[in-house]
Design a protein around this ligand. Structure first.
Ligand code: 2E6
Ligand code: F3S
Length: 675
């Protein structure tokens, strides 16, 4: 900035203005408009800022007070300040598609409220009556909440049990005033329980610290923000408390000349909902009044960034991409595969029953008869593309073996990853841990669950071996077994490398890509195609084409899987979206984020990734960093180049046209699936 030498200056507080929760909420409305087109309804002001609301209105957002103003079947976004569960129910009751833009740090307070209520506490909520955030938080434990707005309210509190009282707060309060109220509460309830971490959010605290710093050096402080913005009003109060005249302004039009006449130094800050454009227009106005020297006073640097709400992780959902149920040949191959597996299970059931292992067989059955049957379908088209010679029965037996083998891997994988769920049900090891706990058997429940699942996985490997052995004979069997054994080994090498990276945390992109190659490409796609081709006695040219296609597509499949693991919607993937983050899964996605991050981002990424206790707010921060470093875009690009490579290999492969078309469809599904 330039100086005219008048001695008049602006002290600009840093941090100021938009916080991560506001950026996310505004981007949510923009993304919803982009995705579905106008009108997108927003319940209450998305954030408390007149400029932002007006701009979004211009783009097609319609702001309403309550969900009953939204036409049935409409799209409604809940504002950053959060909602009571009753509002969510009302929206669902009207059949509205809801997108929740509640700031993750407000959601954290909601979870604390629900937990304290569940544990039998009376909860004192410190906050401002009538504020939307306060209404939302009260609604999470209505029967147990007591709103306190100042120390004067403490004496009149009536609780069930004075030894079981906890306090929570609005996220945007004055840090000092809240402390005064907590002190009064503790005097009244000596056993008062505090929230596990600060409810007053990082952005509120940082902006208050920064304004305090500039207020003591300024003659007048201007806070850019709207009148209903709680955090902005608090900034004015903090500046006043520092002994400085302070005003809240929505923009330059609110500035009164008399405020500036006697001033040499004007302090400027902005509330967490004030857009940068408003701050810039204020600075331009001040410059025109002679305050054209701007000095920034920075008390800290913020890195927080929250990913968009789950409902909007749309780049994973390409309209028109075929989903699993529409895949060519799938219904027939699934029926045939399931029939063979059922036959085997029926044969084995009496033997297991005789040993008193009926429960074990019952637990295995749904696992072995579920699944997407992707390996089976690739095996079928591998055979079909190679002129479909040889009996179809053999293809079915090989497909059943591949699927059985895969179920065995999944059972073991869930133990290694400590996964709770598989396809929306308890993972096998967890089921037997629970069994042990329920029956209060001898020994450790976890060790029992792991050991039983390990052994049941081994049984499945043995059954898979039997199935592959029956699929053909002679020279063809030798080639089929070659591919089968190589697949088995490669998957285990990939798994071992994954465990190694999780331990040494050397997330080199090439190492992570090797995991994808061995665990996906050389396991899931190429071997089923090659086994199909071997059953049709295909030649070397076919082998090369399938190898190239399978490797490129397999890597792309795994890259997509990694994106879905972090950004997918658990309701459709059937897998919690915290698992990969908590396990510290060595994905190319994470490795790429590390290579593209600043030193402080890198430290934060490594600090959060792989933490078994990672909560939703921290997960959102991680997702934000993955997007912020543009690692997600890099992965999308990697998927795209691999998919082009796979498509080219397919176009020139010496296969039947029917198989070529089917494999193109399967490839599109693998790359653009949502689960
Ligand atoms: C959500 C929660 C907290 O009035 P308040 O300061 O709460 O809200 P905004 O919209 O001015 O600031 C952002 C925000 C959103 N703060
Ligand atoms: Fe969230 Fe705090 Fe901003 S609660 S919306 S980060 S002011």
């Amino acid at each position: 900035m330039t100086s005219t030498g008048t001695g008049r200056r602006v002290l600009l507080a840093e941090p100021r203005g938009c916080c991560a929760g506001v950026d996310r909420a505004v981007a949510t409305v923009e993304a919803a408009l982009d995705q579905w087109g106008p009108p997108v309804y927003v319940r209450k002001q998305i954030v408390h800022n007149t400029h932002t609301v007006a701009r979004l209105e211009g783009a097609g957002a319609v702001f309403v007070d309550e969900v009953d103003e939204v036409p049935e079947g409409g799209i409604v976004v809940f504002s950053a300040h959060g909602i009571a569960p009753a509002v969510r129910r009302a929206a669902a009751g009207r059949g509205l598609a809801a997108v929740d833009a509640t700031c993750p740090l407000v959601s954290k307070v909601h979870r604390e409220a629900a937990r304290f209520a569940r544990d039998g506490y009376d909860i004192v909520l410190i906050g401002h009556a009538g504020h939307e955030e306060v209404d939302g938080t009260l609604g999470h434990a209505l029967q147990r909440m007591h709103l306190v707005t100042g120390p004067g309210d403490v004496a009149g509190l009536r609780v069930r049990d004075e030894t079981k009282v906890a306090w929570l707060s609005q996220t945007t309060l004055s840090v000092d005033e809240t402390q005064t109220i907590v002190t009064a509460l503790r005097q009244r309830f000596p056993q008062l329980v505090s929230p596990p971490s600060d409810d007053i959010c990082y952005a509120t605290q940082n902006r208050q610290n920064a304004i305090q710093e500039i207020a003591v050096q300024s003659d007048v402080v201007l806070v850019v923000g709207s009148a209903n913005s709680s955090n902005s009003v608090r900034l004015v109060e903090v500046a006043h408390a520092a002994g400085t005249e302070a005003h809240l302004i929505d923009g330059p039009d609110d500035i009164q000349e008399t405020w500036l006449n006697q001033a040499a130094t004007i302090g400027v800050s902005a509330g967490a909902s004030a857009p940068d454009t408003a701050v810039h227009s204020v600075l331009d106005h001040l410059a025109a009044c002679g305050f054209d020297r701007v000095e920034t006073v920075s008390t800290t640097i913020e890195h927080a960034f929250f990913a968009l709400p789950q409902e909007l992780r749309r780049n994973l959902n390409v309209p028109g991409s075929p989903q699993a149920d529409e895949l060519p040949g799938l219904t027939d191959i699934r029926t045939a595969t399931d029939a063979l597996i059922t036959q085997l299970l029926e044969r084995e059931t009496p033997r297991m029953q005789a040993l008193g292992l009926t429960d074990h067989m019952d637990a295995l059955r749904p696992l072995l008869l579920g699944g997407k049957r992707m390996r089976a379908v690739f095996c079928y088209w591998g055979w079909h593309g190679s002129s479909a010679t040889g009996p179809l029965d053999e293809v079915h037996a090989a497909a059943a073996a591949l699927e059985m083998n895969h179920s065995a891997f999944l059972i073991h994988d869930d133990i290694l990853d400590r996964s709770e769920l598989r396809r929306g049900q308890l993972a096998l090891h967890r089921r037997f841990t629970l069994d042990h706990t329920t029956h209060t058997w001898h020994g450790s429940p976890d060790a029992h669950g792991d050991a039983v699942a390990l052994t049941l996985g081994d049984i499945c490997f043995a059954w898979a071996g039997e199935l592959i052995g029956t699929c053909t004979h002679g020279k063809r069997l030798a080639r089929v077994l070659d591919h089968y054994h190589r697949m088995y080994q490669d998957a285990c090498y990939g798994q071992t490398l994954e465990l190694q990276i999780q331990a040494d945390r050397n997330y080199e992109p090439d190492r992570c890509l090797s995991v994808a190659t061995y665990k996906a490409a050389r396991y899931m796609l190429t071997p089923p195609l090659l086994i199909g081709a071997a059953l049709a006695e295909a030649d070397e040219a076919m082998h090369t084409a399938y190898d190239t296609f399978g490797t490129a597509l397999g890597e792309a499949y795994q890259l997509r899987d990694d994106l879905l693991g972090v950004f997918g919607n658990p309701a459709t993937t059937g897998k919690p979206d915290l698992d990969d983050l908590r396990e510290g899964k060595p994905t190319v996605l994470f490795a790429t984020a590390l290579t593209r991050s600043s030193p402080s981002q890198r430290t934060r990424l490594l600090n959060l990734y792989g933490r078994p206790d990672l909560d939703e707010a921290a997960a959102d921060e991680l997702r934000g960093l993955l997007q912020h470093t543009e690692a997600t875009s890099v992965i999308e690009e990697m998927i795209r180049t691999r998919s082009q490579h796979a498509a080219r290999a397919l176009d020139t492969a010496p296969i039947t046209d029917e198989a070529r078309t089917a494999l193109h469809t399967l490839a599109r599904h693998a790359l653009f699936r949502t689960h």
